[in-house]
Ligand binder design. Structure first.
Ligand code: NAD
Length: 491
């Protein structure tokens, strides 16, 4: 089995542009998802370390000659250096993520190795190439200059499932806008975050612009409530998102929340699933089922129900389970024993509620180490079943029957969540008509791919605000109006 060569132990944090001693001897230890072996450690932040990181970000933001005041083109040069430094480490970053959380390596190369640099270039280009202010002729006689300014110090908190990709959904627009950041990675995936710190140091981002302090939910909560933070950007569970939203509500602090999902794959009666099976896999089971936007409820027309169940079950039973560092692996282990317990408890609930297990349901043979579960399909699922309502965050699909498009849309919409989704059809126009009726933040026809130019995010319990697209950039900016010629304006 391929593995990280040796272990990696970090002794310091990246704060204020430098490697900095921690205030406590405690460490965050990481184990490999596939082998349970020790991979490495980083210091665990205390509130004092968070305070030091926020103070550095504050100083960097408030510097009158600093990052937030630079011309966009100058920030673009610095972010290009950062992108190049990340690309030099892309292969190692992918390997670290894959080892830590079980993401298949070919996916880690795209999401974790390649996507961060792409996002840095997209956003720094966007800020450089589009005017960040405009002058409006007033109706009262004067003119108004409307200026987009960076919002300030951002507290960014990310989960373990796509640690680099999700981090750069926040970092890239925030840095390009002129914000400074304190990033708190999830404890399960801290080793890749340290590589990012090395890249930031090599790129000579000005001191304090990016600070990285790993730790658990308590230091995360301290960061969220910190008086010197201007905006919070969080990706994670809906439960944690609600707590963070309460804090930010009390503080009147802007917050972006990317939370859980339970999206629907609506298979229409004219679908040809066999010819789109690869994108069906990518839309429903990618990253071992550990992505928030996956379409884990498969809605199948009664007229073709048995055939759809067979196709989906055939796909899932054919998946190659294996070492995430093996290029041929389609399904790796889950991130942790805790996550496997969670997924197994949902499989037990599915059985107890009377759904029909067609594939999986246990642990794969030959994997006595690592947090593997068999990819699993339940048929005859009622949309009210727990496995159809709650986010499982593992490779478990529920196939739910429907009669007619109206019922399909009604079932898709009968969810607390509204994040992703997909429609499967040989008639793209019909697919779009159905997609428009689904209450969700984003939805694909015969595929689901987050393109950087288009906003991504949720409605209902899936969150507030959008990442990607110019919309994400705007969420790291505040609008300021300067009234020009105001004395000549008529009241
Ligand atoms: P989690 O909410 O437990 O943890 C996410 C991060 O938040 C971690 O860094 C954690 O330390 C921190 N955290 C937890 N509680 C906090 C609090 N009260 N204050 C501040 N920080 C806190 O989630 P998880 O189990 O690590 O990740 C899985 C969840 O993330 C799933 O529910 C999934 O749907 C969601 N997710 C959503 C998206 C999206 O874009 N919508 C993307 C990926 C994952």
């Amino acid at each position: 089995m391929t593995a990280l060569t040796g272990t990696t132990d970090y002794q310091q944090f990246f704060i204020d542009g430098d490697w900095t001693d921690p205030s406590s001897p405690r460490t965050v230890d990481v184990r490999a998802a596939a082998t349970e072996e020790y991979l490495g450690s980083v210091p665990e932040a205390t509130e004092r370390d968070i305070d030091a990181a926020v103070a550095a970000a504050r100083r960097a933001f408030d510097d009158p000659q600093g990052w937030s005041r630079w011309e966009p083109a100058r920030r673009r040069e610095a972010l290009e250096r950062f992108a190049v430094a990340l690309e030099k480490r892309a292969s190692e970053t992918a390997t670290r993520v894959s080892s830590q959380n079980g993401m298949p390596i070919w996916l880690a190369q795209q999401f974790e190795g390649g996507f961060p640099a792409l996002l840095l270039r997209y956003y720094s280009g966007l800020v450089s190439d589009t005017p960040q202010e405009e002058t409006r002729q007033g109706v009262l006689g004067g003119r108004a200059r409307v200026i987009r300014e960076p919002i300030g110090v951002v507290g960014a908190i990310v989960p373990w499932n796509v640690p680099q990709g999700i981090t750069f959904l926040k970092l890239a627009p925030a840095l390009a806008a002129g914000c400074t950041l304190v990033l708190k990675p999830a404890p399960e995936t801290v080793l890749d975050a340290m590589l990012m710190a090395e890249a930031a140091a090599e790129a000579q981002l000005p001191a304090g612009v990016l600070n990285i302090v790993p730790g658990g939910s308590e230091v995360g909560a301290h960061l969220v409530a910190h008086p010197q933070v201007d905006k919070v950007s969080f990706t994670g569970s809906t439960a944690a998102g609600r707590t963070i939203a309460e804090t930010c509500g009390r503080l009147l602090r802007p917050v972006t929340l990317e939370l859980g999902g339970k999206s629907a794959a609506i298979v229409l009666d004219d679908a040809d699933l066999a010819s789109t099976i690869e994108s069906f896999f990518a839309s429903t089971l990618l990253n071992n089922g550990q992505i928030c936007w996956l379409s884990t409820r498969v809605l199948a027309p009664r007229s073709r129900y048995a055939e759809v169940v067979d196709t989906v079950s055939g796909l899932v039973s054919s998946l190659r389970i294996g070492d995430p560092l093996d290029e041929n692996t389609q399904m790796g282990p889950l991130v942790s024993a805790r996550q496997r317990d969670r997924v197994e408890s949902y499989i037990a609930k599915g059985r107890a509620e009377g759904a029909r297990l067609t594939v999986g349901g246990g642990r794969p043979e030959g994997f006595d180490r690592g947090w593997y579960v068999q990819p699993t399909v339940f048929a005859d699922v009622d949309n009210n079943h727990t496995i159809a309502q709650e986010e499982i965050f593992g490779p478990v699909l529920s196939v739910i029957p429907y009669s007619g498009e109206d019922e399909a849309v009604a079932i898709a919409n009968a969810s607390d969540y509204g994040l992703g989704g997909s429609v499967w059809t040989t008639d793209p126009e019909r697919g779009e008509a159905v997609a428009r009726r689904v209450h969700t933040g984003s939805i694909g026809i015969n595929a689901y791919v987050n393109d950087p130019v288009a906003p991504f995010g949720g409605i209902k319990a899936s969150g507030i605000g959008r990442e990607l697209g110019p919309e994400a950039l705007h969420s790291y900016q505040v609008l300021k109006t300067v009234y020009l010629d105001a004395s000549s304006a008529q009241a």
